[in-house]
Design a protein around this ligand. Sequence first.
Ligand code: FAD
Length: 392
Amino acid sequence: MVVVGGGLAGLRVVTELRDRGYAGQLTLLGAERHPPYDRPPLSKAVLSGAADNSTLDADWTALNVQLLLGKTATALRDVIDAGGVVETDAGFLDFTGCVIATGATPVRLPGAGRQRVLRTIDDALALRAALRPDARVVVVGAGWIGAEVATAAATVGCRVTVVEATDAPLGGVLPAEVGAPTARWYADSGVDLRTNTRVAAVHDARVELDDGTLLPADEVVTAVGVRPETGWLAGSLLPVDRAILVSPELRTALPPVYAVGDCAAWESARYASRVHVEHWDTALRAPAVAAANLLGGRERYDPVPYFWSEQFGRIVQYAGYHRVADRLVWRGDSKDSSWTVCWLRRDSLVAVLTVDRPRDLAQARRAMERGEQVDADRLADPNLALRDTLAR
Ligand code: FAD
């Protein structure tokens, strides 16, 4: 078996294959020179200086995996039911089963000036060294990563400007009315947030906005999203629509090939839609399903998606899939220190976002997993435990 991609999802696949009794040859190929490590700490503990690395625990001797680090898959070829070939910059790897876990790569902006991104441990250590008191830092994008970078830069004492193309922070992923209250967090931390502002190009020491304004910058951090790493699959006949398209079993259109993590979009029966989630929990959990099915199982992956972010001293958590919702219910006032937003479809909870309300998150997640209905009027009362607002 060959697993392509040495991140969390790749490591979880090889671990699950061994835990489930697979005793044959196993190769894990990763383009980075580092053994698999966790990415969430990069924009948190690593950037703040509380940690220098986030290597994931793995007993490589017990796993008995051929670990090919610093090696890149360049093509997938000759795939038939019985197997195929992964072409790499270090030769060919024959397989009977293959899992693609190549993750995603940050999108960059036009322009020849230096722009940093934050995806790898090397990016994080280099950015950390560049964040000095008084440095003028322009962060492009007020999404999850942009908010966390702005938090770290402001904490160090940088002069931080965040440029966001939409109406509100998190505008690329959440409705403006939900992201808008977080604008205050930027202001309270001394960060200059500019919404409805687009970057035309990054030049040396300057960011050019599309109205021609030039923002001086000692450091530019581009955090405008990622693109699944699928370019190497061109010509493989594998259906890709931004991400690799997989079935509920996480199988691609080529039977011995599976895909998991940031690079894959699965068909969800729960949401009657194709779901693509670029978050840690998916990279953690989907591999168990792919490994089980590679070994002859018939498991389906259909979770309530979950992720969290730590920004400006707050824990923001999200569970569910709000795109299928038909209304929104607030629990608490967004001017308060903690609050929750719930999305409903008819009387069922389909998504929740919490700010420093972890109990709401846990109880809502459980309710969504069980498909329980809520009483929307009671749900709006933040003083009632969320589980006590479920319709019995
Ligand atoms: P990746 O972690 O991207 O791993 C893929 C690996 O495959 C990479 O090492 C890549 O180099 C390698 N690769 C790519 N192409 C090839 C190829 N052709 N050949 C060989 N190897 C290849 N999620 C949350 O839920 N909460 C958070 O707080 C959070 N914080 C984050 C902070 C940062 C800075 C980042 C970058 C991400 C964060 N995430 C967070 C997202 C989460 O880390 C990702 O969803 C997760 O890492 C995805 O894991 P993956 O294994 O699918 O992909």
